[in-house]
Design a protein around this ligand. Structure first.
Ligand SMILES: [Zn+2]
Length: 198
């Protein structure tokens, strides 16, 4: 485990990751002052991540599928970042994202169980990974067009590239750890300035 991995496990998930698969996917890769972090380093890790999120049942993930998952991650990060910056994403990014959506579109169907009727989503996918990518993309589209979109933020701590959902208006960091790092840096800068004046 390298320094970045240690600080990540200590850092915990960013606010909003528990509720949004798409945000959790984006945050599997980020920069920290300790170095870059890659949460999907290989196919086995990708399979573990999908199972952990309940996005299965996914058996072993093939190398090509890992690359598809990473490509979707890049596209979702670009879309989220464009939204945060109030910019228009690149056409290519939108196309990549929409391809994932279209790979296994969800079809609504009425499910009638012991508890009564309920609207369910059924996916007819060519492959299991297509179904998973489609579900991830659909969740990301829901986030971008739903009430959480206005709260989607980039961590304000220098060197951190994680995204999160603001739980309250004043929240600027993805974690207490990032907030503490910023406060410590500020305190240090103030002290240095104080010294300079003497
Ligand atoms: Zn952060």
């Amino acid at each position: 485990m390298n320094a970045a991995e240690r600080s990540t496990s200590a850092q915990g998930p960013a606010p909003g990751e528990a509720e949004h698969h798409s945000l959790a996917l984006v945050n599997t890769e980020f920069e920290l002052p300790g170095g870059p972090y890659e949460g999907l380093p290989d196919a086995a890790a990708a399979g573990g991540w999908l199972r952990e999120r309940g996005l299965g049942p996914v058996g072993a993930v093939a190398q090509a599928e890992l690359e598809q998952l990473r490509a979707l991650r890049t596209a979702v990060r670009a879309l989220f970042s464009a939204h945060i910056a109030g910019e228009h994403p690149e056409r290519q990014t939108l196309e990549c994202f929409n391809a994932a959506l279209a790979a296994a579109p969800g079809v609504h169907e009425l499910d009638w169980s012991a508890t009564g009727p309920r609207l369910a989503v059924r996916r007819q996918a060519r492959t299991q990974i297509a179904s998973v990518l489609s579900e991830l993309a659909e969740e990301g589209a829901d986030l971008l067009t739903g009430p959480s979109a206005a709260k989607l933020s980039a961590c304000g701590a220098q060197g951190c590239t994680r995204l999160f959902i603001r739980s309250h208006a004043a929240r600027r960091w993805c974690s207490d750890r990032c907030g503490n790092r910023v406060r410590a840096a500020r305190h240090y800068a103030d002290r240095e300035r104080g010294r300079g004046r003497k």
